[in-house]
Write a protein that binds this ligand. Sequence first.
Ligand SMILES: [Zn+2]
Ligand SMILES: [Zn+2]
Length: 331
Amino acid sequence: MILNSISPIEKEPLHWVDLPTPIPGPKEILVKVSACGICHTELDEIEGRLQPDLPIILGHEIVGRVEVLGCGVTKFAQGDRVGIAWIHSACGGCQFCNEGNENLCREFKGTGCHAHGGYAQYTVVSEDFAYPIPQRFSDSEAAPLLCAGAIGYRDLRLSGIKRGQTLGLFGFGASAHIVIQMATYLGCEVFVFTRSEEHRNLAGKLGASWAGSPEDEAPKKLLCAIDFTPVGETVPIALRALEKGGRLVMAVIRKRNPIPSMEYAQLLWDEKEIKSVANITRKDAHEFLSLAAEIPIIPEVQEFRLAEANQALILLKQGKIQGAGVLRMPD
Ligand SMILES: [Zn+2]
Ligand SMILES: [Zn+2]
């Protein structure tokens, strides 16, 4: 399913085309994709808030099996199950890469943005940027772990939350429903803010101490908050709910609309912090996959056929997907 030009998703801009199977270069593997998660980032690419290299095959939550090894591959064998995440490559030599911040590398390439991704039966990736998938997950369950989960892990890590502290989650989609499972496992008290009653019910089932709508006041102030929503209005709402010295982590790559101007004294003073999250590192993906298997985190998934990618993304935009959306590839 290829994207040729920027367009509102409602116009169904992803097109089914037949392409030759890609050939892996040195140190690369050809992966036969079985499942690929869908993500808000795809909406940002399709609708032009991010600039993908067009034409592009989207998708960066890929699970499949190694089909062909490029020359010099040593980490995987044919038939191995692997995952591919948003980080497709980084230069490996700059200051950011050397300090473990390859997510900030200027040469950073995103899967399904600067290199073809997983909305396809086959894809190619460097063996250094593929991950073994723990056995306890099915292909569909593993797919959302690779973005929603791995980025959620980074969000939680950057929030600085500690055992016993209060955490607020604004928006309760694919990533948040994984973060809540990590946070409760780590002994945090979690408060969920979402307009969707279905999402509030799911939050309750997954261990939220309280779930309400964004305008509601939670029973406690939040030491940390993570904003998963694509809209700017959430930022002042979340800051208002923060405790003094609290930190707000903004999890999305782009907001659909600007953050409203804010009253400094009420919303930012008292040493409140705002931090954004950019991309992930391979370390995030590795650490998260093993933590997810240990807890375990089994994501709730809603499956679609690859040919239904446009419709699945429209539902995602409307906030109508329960848990995480996953595309299944035809054989
Ligand atoms: Zn994503
Ligand atoms: Zn670099």
